[in-house]
Each structure stands twice: as C-alpha cells, then as structure tokens.
Design a binder for this molecule. Structure first.
Ligand SMILES: [Zn+2]
Length: 101
C-alpha cells in the first residue's frame, strides 16, 4: 500500500478565506480550528464566522436593566461579517445610530 496519496486535499492555511464547496469548506474549517481560530457569531445574519470573515464593523447595543434597584448599563458588542457589512443595515435609520469613525 505504498504511494497512496490523497490528491484532492487542498492545502489551506489559517486565515484563508472560505472556499466554495461543502467538502472543501470542511477541510478549510479544520485547518482554521487547528490553528486556534475560533468562530464568532455574526450579530446580523447569525452565522458563525472565522475572524478573517468578519469585517471591522462592530454593532454596539446598549442594554439597560435594573439590578438591586440600581440601573445597570451593559454595552454588548457583536461582530459583523463581511457579507453583512457589504449590505446596508436596514435596521439603522438616520439619527438613530452614531456615525462610524
Ligand atoms: Zn453576517
């Protein structure tokens, strides 16, 4: 059984963009995972993305609540993936969100 090589296996590197195709994607995802990259959930589409698939945009939402009769304020930051960043945020209306940068 010498000389058996798996030829279809692509050589993905950590940080590579996701390939097309189901099998290729799983090969790629395994490389990313072994490299220590972990997925984060996009706050807009809800899909899990590796860091290189996330844009520089971060959605910030301020949550307020009451704790021991005191108002608490927590800022929740959710990453936005490249795909969602390209499409206009339909939820954002003029005057409701702080300008970027
Ligand atoms: Zn997304």
């Amino acid at each position: 059984m010498k000389g058996l090589h798996i030829l279809w296996q692509e050589d993905y590197k950590p940080g590579d963009q996701a390939p097309e195709g189901y099998l290729a994607w799983h090969e790629w995802a395994e490389v990313q995972h072994k490299a220590g990259l972990r997925q984060k959930q996009c706050g807009r589409c809800g899909l899990w993305r590796y860091p290189q698939q996330l844009s520089a945009t971060i959605d910030r939402a301020e949550l307020t609540g009451m704790r021991k009769r005191k108002p608490t304020r927590v800022t929740v930051e959710t990453p936005v993936c490249n795909a969602c960043n390209k499409t206009p945020n339909v939820r954002a209306k003029r005057g409701q969100t702080a300008p970027q940068e």
